[in-house]
Design a protein. Structure first.
Length: 102
């Protein structure tokens, strides 16, 4: 970048602030994502054998309610949007879990 690489007019420092991972006590954001994913997969594994999971992941137990069903409702309502996000997260977790298992 030469001598002018970090001048404020180049906005390189602003880009670096947006792109660089935020450091936490447990590491950067990548570590936090890995820990969260591992926790989700452990909870899915517990559900598959009929064990209880923490309240944070209780929505994962509803995956059987959505098999072959189409979501219905007013897509401008917040409750419907939350339901869409919940269903999507369940199916994404199941899909990634299956891919990792293979």
């Amino acid at each position: 970048m030469g001598g002018h690489g970090y001048l404020q007019v180049n906005e390189i420092t602003e880009i670096l602030e947006m792109v660089a991972p935020n450091v936490t006590l447990e590491g950067d954001g990548c570590v936090m994502h890995q820990q969260t994913a591992r926790d989700i997969f452990k909870s899915l594994g517990k559900l598959m054998v009929g064990k209880e999971v923490s309240e944070n992941y209780s929505y994962l137990g509803e995956f059987g309610n959505y098999m072959g069903e189409k979501l219905q409702g007013d897509f401008k309502e917040i409750d419907t949007l939350i339901e869409i996000i919940k269903v999507n997260s369940i199916f994404q977790a199941l899909k990634v879990g299956e891919d990792l298992r293979k």
